[in-house]
Design a protein around this ligand. Sequence first.
Ligand code: G16
Length: 557
Amino acid sequence: MTFDIKPVKTKNYEGQKPGTSGLRKKVTVFQQEHYTENFIQATLDAVNASGFTLVIGGDGRYYGKEVVQLIAKIAAANDVKKLIIGQNGIMSTPAASNMIRKRKANGGFILTASHNPGGPKNDFGIKYNIQNGGPAPEAVTNKIYEITTKMTRYLIADIPDIDLSTIGTTTIGEGDETFTVEIVDPVEDYVILMKEIFDFDMIKTFFSKNKDFKVLFNGLNGVTGPYAKRIFIKELGLSEDSVMNCVPLPDFGGRHPDPNLTYAKDLVDRVRNEKFDFGAASDGDGDRNMIIAKDFFVNPSDSVAAIAANAGEAIPYFKKHGVTGLARSMPTSAALDRVADKQGLLHFEVPTGWKFFGNLMDAGKCNICGEESFGTGSDHIREKDGIWAILAWLNIIAFRNQKEKIGIKDIMLKHYSTYGRNFFSRYDYEEVSSDSANKMVDRLREIAKDGSFVGKTFEGYEIEKIDDFEYKDPIDGSVSSHQGIRIQFKDGSRIVIRLSGTGSSGATIRMYVEKYTNDASQFEADTQTTIKSIIKAAVEISQLKEFTGREEPTVIT
Ligand code: G16
């Protein structure tokens, strides 16, 4: 070994338990002495990283570059053989998933707090992904957490800081005892993958023949800017003004990089006022997406259903590989199940968290999956993928327009006429005190257990069943309990209540409601008007106001 390795004495920090998708905390928490080092060491120990090749991606947020340097020094000290790092520490979450798979790496770190704001006073996050390119399953994250509770030391190598700005390979050490760092273009391999999946020629021809089809993409100053410019402008021929906020910034320009109707309001306003046919946004790390048109907002639960319904015909990747199964997270509406039923496909309902799709995909049981939280993706990688979802929509539109002039709204109305419409909305109550949120959910769990609310009627809706969702993974048999309270009504409508696992302070209560109709006269009804009385019932049943003092949600999607 030609570099020194030093053990550093440390102490335990509480609360290093990864949530829905990695460890997310305020930057100031990560900046505490040894805090980040502990978590990196615990992760490397949990996966026995000796001899590993690891990919490092990140959304470019504040504190990311410092953490890349720490990972390099701790990885070298723990006998990791090679790191593949996105230039300047930037690589979107889907691109990192692809890189792990393509380069047959053993796993990787992704430095992101996703859609949470960035900057010195905001959030940072570290997530570990395994060999299949997907987020570490609970067995691994629980092990990491367990190790963080018993930390006495971490190892650090005395190597110089890595030059993250220059593409190329550097090897430190000699003979068998080497540590190699490769800095890669984070966009190139991802673009190659997208070109294998979608019909770029067809989309390009559609754009050039329909110059009046106006597109606007909002990168929210997250990681997708360079990917969007390369794909939408260079490859597909759209004009420069088809993209906005496409420079990745460490604080996302002070915005909340979450593609929804509230936080991507600048996109929503422009799409509606300037009459764009296709509007889209992605989040901080590029795994979420929102699809909107001048006259229609595509709810994420509907988006995955529409993609699944059209994929086999319109998208080359699915024409070639076929579609075997579909999966959604439990709170996501059942629109996807209806497609699976009609097309004779397998379908699965998993807890919230993309990690739960990994086993199903690896086993070839599911190809397309999605979540209400603006996540859509397929088995091309093991993460949800914002740009993929946008390209899927563009590919479907280009394909359908070969026969007739048809836009987003027409495609969705046709979809509803075949499958019916699942009206869906999510109410978020952010930064509620953890104590009151937990008490509220504990009470609901009691009600679910004793069955005392079954048969009761709220706002005209009679409760048929209440339970606390538990998932048994059909592949490895692992069980995940307490994944959310499901309140099922007799008419098929549903309420789900759960606490978010991605916040960095306090608690966020998520309340999801769903109502189905196959009455064509209702397909264009306003969602909020349609679900108003179920929301009232949800607030009443949960006693949300009494527990939290909150009158209104922070965000409605
Ligand atoms: C993560 C997970 C998703 C999950 C979302 C919201 O997304 O990967 O599977 O749906 O969080 O989770 P929660 O409701 O617990 O806040 P991301 O985009 O934040 O990585």
